[in-house]
Structure formats: C-alpha cells, structure tokens
Design a protein around this ligand. Structure first.
Ligand SMILES: Cc1ncc(COP(=O)(O)O)c(C=O)c1O
Length: 456
C-alpha cells in the first residue's frame, strides 16, 4: 500500500513566481477538517495523493482556495491534455447543457455523430470504427471481449489465451486486472486463470533483453502454444515506467500475430492524442494494430473512452448487443469533440514533440545527479518516469519517490503520488499545452527535490 500524506501542516518556503505561489503551510491548516471528512467517508484507497484541495484550474496551473498555485505536472492523471478551463471545451459543454439533454443512451445525438467521425478520421487505417464508452477499464474489457469473440466466430475455439505484459496496467475491473501485470493487484481474484498470461515487458531495465525472442521463449516456458493465443495487448509505452515498446519487437510481434491469427491490441489510454508527440503512440512503431483502446486525454476531463478498430472486429456484435448505459453521453461527446478540435488547432501534439527533448534531457540530468538512486529515467514526448531504486539494484525505493512528490507539492509543482513497481516511480506528464518556460521552471523544482533526497 502507498504511503499516505499526513494531515499535519508543515512550514514551507514561500514561493512567488509567475506560475507558482505557495503562501501557507502545506497542507493548509484550514483545509485539514475538510480533508478529514474525505478520510472519514471514503475508502482508504481514495487517499494517497498530496493533501491539496483543488479549487480552480487555468491552463497548466491549478489553485487551492487558500491562495496557493501549482504548475501541474500531473494533468490529473494524464487526462487534462489541453489544460484546465479550456474556453472551447467549457463553451461546448455549456451549449450541450442548454439543450437540456445530458443523457441520450444509445439514441443518436449530434455530438456523438461528429465525434466518432472525428476519431475515425484521426486514426490511421485499418482502424475505422469507434465504440464510445466511459472509462479506460471498460475499453480494456471490450477489447478483450472482441479478441476472444473474434477467435470463436472464426471457428478457433482453441484460442483460449490472451497475452499481456508484466507490470502492465489496463484498469481495475476484473478482466482488466487479470490482464494486468502486477500479481499483487490481482491476489484478491479467486481461482486460477491460465487463459491470461503475461510475458516480460521489454523495458531495458527490469528486462534487459528487449528482443522479440523473449516473447516466444516466455510463451514456450509458460506452456502456451502460439496458435492458442487470440490476442496480445500492450500499452504503447508502459504507464508505470514511460518506457516505449521497442520498434523491432513491435514489428515482429505484428508478424507473429498475423501468422497465428491473433489480434494485436495497443492500450493507448495514456498514449493517444498527443502525449508521446504523435497523435497515437503506436505511430512511433511502424505497425498497425487491430484494435486500440483510448481514454484519459481523449476528452480532456470528462469520462469518455473508446475502442477503435478494424471493421470486421468491431462489427462482431449485432444491434443492441454491445452497448453501455453511459455510452456517448452528449456532454462528454461535446467536450471531447471540442478538446480534439482544440488539440489540432493549437498544435498540442507538436508542442509535446518539441518539448519532449527538454523533458528527456532534464530527466537524464536528474538521474545523473541522483547517486544511483534513479535506476531508469525514461521519457517520450511529454511523459517521463523516474524509477527510484536502492542503488545498484532494481529494487524500488518508494520512500524517496514519495519525498520527492511531497517536496514538489510544497514547492508549487503538482505530481501525483508515486506509481509503478513497488511505488518507486514518479511520473512527469504536464498538460500538452504547457509553455517551455513553465516546463523548465517546474523541472528545476523536481531537480532540486531529487538533489535534496538523493544526496548519497
Ligand atoms: C494504460 C492504462 N490503461 C487503462 C487504464 C484504466 O483506465 P480507467 O482508470 O479510466 O479505467 C489506465 C488508467 O490509469 C491506464 O493508464
């Protein structure tokens, strides 16, 4: 379990720059009774983030009600790609609300019509059909269902295995956790589920050998015949470590899937819509998946996710057979449409590509200055992860990662709590519209915190 941030105010240095302002102890003494109300009425699992009450958002900054302001390096959790309070998103939601329709079930609404057209136009062939859902986990479940169904409908009843990767994260529902690659997250699931298998993720750190041979060797070791696999799913970059899937591995995996009639699925819930500096993360890899799952940054904030895929796979279920109560909610669709249009018009993807090298360079410097306590610093576009470890090992060091997050929050840079293997990684993923100058300012704050806690 991650470490909770104590509700005890700490005197911290006052900060006043164009983008950051810290004028109170953190957590703010007046906020504590309010935060305690949450702790009283919510499950403990909802704790764990720095104890700040988010009150207002504006572009890449967030403010509490007490005069403090942060540069946001979290984008919520890689969601607010166009930042907070984007006027086009706000206006789109306002206009949709004015129609009185904030729910339409599967009845058509105009925002949905334009949204599926827009997503289909953005996705390269053969991805041409779009199924809208609400959460990333739902999209994961749907993609897996389609993979199993595709095998059955094509007469391959022996294709009972679904392959994913160690340390992968695909969501918290039952199927998504079975596909996940962290054993501790699924130790609550009774029974064995040999149909879900994980192979090492080629991250070049905990799995130094990034060659495709590891995939085939691992399946063989697990006793999984290639022809029994209905689908292979991977994050385009692994969320817990920001490590991209290697190009050659991806290309050989595509060939392998073709040879064995398995669907190749990219979980693009973090990567899609610009995070990696291309519209979709898999565009770095030179392969075409059969399905992708999208969520998070697609909408910029409203709960909307999507499965996008090949026509023959997406049409496996007939009318009324693959739906969801909140599919294509009109306010979520209107917000998402406005978000995607703003993303294109403001070249947010280009901004992520242009700022990516700055983020990468800063993370490499932090690793260099960390006395071996950052084992890996991976980054692509505007997402990076610093893996804190016990020096000389790959053993995660949650405590140091946690201190860095705390110190950043106290200094006006918002990061979410450490994630990944043993809670040892901090992620840096600001809104895609962050300015160069604010990115540099925030990175200096993180670097100072790293120096402070990695002195020896
Ligand atoms: C790569 C990836 N897939 C799936 C999910 C699940 O998305 P959600 O939390 O919206 O269900 C997440 C969430 O963090 C994710 O990062």
């Amino acid at each position: 379990m991650g470490r909770e941030f104590p509700l005890i105010p700490r005197r911290v240095a006052q900060v006043s720059t164009t983008h950051r302002r810290i004028v109170t102890p953190i957590p703010v003494p007046e906020s504590i009774p309010r935060l305690e109300r949450l702790r009283r009425h919510e499950p403990a699992s909802m704790g764990g983030q720095p104890p700040v009450i988010w009150h207002e958002g504006d572009g890449f900054t967030i403010r509490d009600p007490y005069g403090n302001q942060w540069i946001d390096f979290s984008a919520g959790v890689l969601v607010a790609s166009m930042g907070y309070g984007h006027p086009r998103v706000v206006e789109a939601m306002r206009q949709q609300l004015a129609t009185g329709l904030y729910h339409t079930y599967c009845f058509a609404n105009q925002a949905r019509i334009e949204l599926v057209e827009t997503i289909a136009a953005l996705a390269p062939p053969p991805l041409e059909k779009v199924f809208l859902l609400s959460t990333g986990s739902e999209a994961t479940e749907c993609a897996m269902k389609l993979a199993f169904t595709y095998a059955i409908r094509n007469g391959h009843r022996g294709k009972t295995h679904f392959v994913t990767f160690e340390n992968a994260f695909h969501g918290r529902t039952l199927g998504a956790q079975l596909a996940g690659g962290t054993p501790a997250l699924k130790d609550w699931i009774p029974g064995s589920h040999p149909e879900f298998v994980q192979v090492p993720f080629p991250d070049g750190f905990r799995t130094p050998d990034t060659s495709f041979e590891v995939f085939e060797r691992s399946l063989a070791k697990l006793g999984v015949a290639a022809d029994s696999v209905c689908g292979v799913m991977t994050e385009t970059y692994q969320g817990c470590n920001a490590q991209m899937f290697p190009v050659e591995y991806a290309q050989r995996l595509r060939q392998w899937c073709d040879r064995h009639q398995a669907l190749l699925i990219f979980d693009e819930i973090q990567a899609a819509f610009g995070r990696t500096g291309t519209m979709f993360g898999f565009q770095h890899l030179g392969v075409s998946p059969d399905l992708i799952t999208c969520g998070k940054g697609i909408s910029g904030g409203m709960p909307l996710s999507a499965v996008v895929g090949r026509r023959e796979v997406m049409d496996l279920y007939g009318p009324g057979q693959m739906t969801s109560t909140h599919t294509a909610n009109p306010i979520c669709c209107a917000a998402t449409l406005a978000n995607l249009r703003a993303l294109a018009d403001e070249d947010a993807v280009g901004n992520a590509a242009r700022l990516g090298p700055i983020l990468a360079q800063a993370c490499a410097s932090m690793r260099g200055a960390a006395n071996g306590r950052i084992g890996q610093a991976a980054s692509i576009g505007l997402v990076a992860a610093l893996q804190f470890v016990v020096p000389g090992t790959t053993t995660p060091d949650h405590d140091t990662a946690w201190e860095v997050v705390r110190k950043c929050a106290e200094s006006g840079v918002m990061l979410f709590a450490p994630v990944g293997v043993g809670g040892g990684a901090i992620k840096i993923n600001p809104p895609l519209i962050i300015s160069r100058e604010a990115l540099l300012e925030g990175l200096d704050v993180v670097a100072d915190a790293v120096r402070e806690f990695c002195t020896s």
